[in-house]
Design a protein around this ligand. Structure first.
Ligand SMILES: [Zn+2]
Length: 115
């Protein structure tokens, strides 16, 4: 994608986030748990923006596939260790094309939470 096209799509996305029902999500306690198929560890995440998150994530313990519990907080005793957020345009322009596509389709990206 050309920079101009990315910018246009990103602006449209921000407008959609502001106006469309799909993005009207209560983010107060939007946590998800990803359970590892290999070691059983729960990687807990939190959404700080409204958007799409994948149903698979890498286990923070062993790096194998972990599967979403679809926003069921099955481990209320755990604190989230990753957060899902919408990158800024500046961040987006530096990302891999596959990731750019995901973000421009309403997807969120993740980062480690520093407590
Ligand atoms: Zn694991």
């Amino acid at each position: 994608m050309k920079i101009k096209e990315i910018k246009e799509k990103y602006n449209k996305l921000l407008n959609d986030v502001k106006t469309k029902d799909f993005y009207k999500i209560d983010l107060t306690n939007r946590v998800n748990c990803y359970i590892c198929k290999n070691c059983g560890h729960i990687t807990k995440t939190k959404d700080i923006d409204a958007g799409v998150t994948p149903f698979m994530f890498n286990c923070e313990n062993c790096d194998e596939f972990a599967y979403s519990r679809f926003y069921n907080d099955v481990a209320p005793e755990l604190k989230p260790t990753f957060e899902w957020y919408r990158p800024t345009l500046k961040e987006l322009l530096k990302m891999h094309p596959v990731l750019q596509e995901h973000i421009l389709n309403g997807g969120l990206h993740y980062r480690k939470i520093n407590y």
